[in-house]
Write a protein that binds this ligand. Sequence first.
Ligand SMILES: [Zn+2]
Length: 145
Amino acid sequence: MKREIEDKIFKQFKNLFPKGRNANPKKSAMNYGFCCDDGWVSLIWELCAKLENLKVPITIVQIKQKFGMIRCYVNPIESPIAKQAFKLINETELKSSKICEKCGNHGKLHQEGYMKTLCDKCYKLHLQRFTPRQRKLIKNYLTKK
Ligand SMILES: [Zn+2]
């Protein structure tokens, strides 16, 4: 994710990211920033706003893409509201499988090569990264299903 976008999120949600990207690397992966593409910004923003509204001491220690979907890890929460926080996080993860990680348009989870949620346009661009031989292998793989 672009650094200036990350900084905006850190600045807006100081409770969730108390030290921004200067978090202790032994306790948090936030010094790597948000390890996903910019298309998920609104999704992350929405999740952060909802988590802050819960008014529980919760900090986010990692946000990344895994198996084509967003993953959000938080510090352990000991509060009756923890369940609500995890519900919000799970909902966000599910939503991310329908939002293009590159551009934020409607997308779908592609499972070939490595898993990534993309819209049709970004998927075409994504495939250009592969050599013709790799593309042929992908095509074969897909038609076998
Ligand atoms: Zn896209």
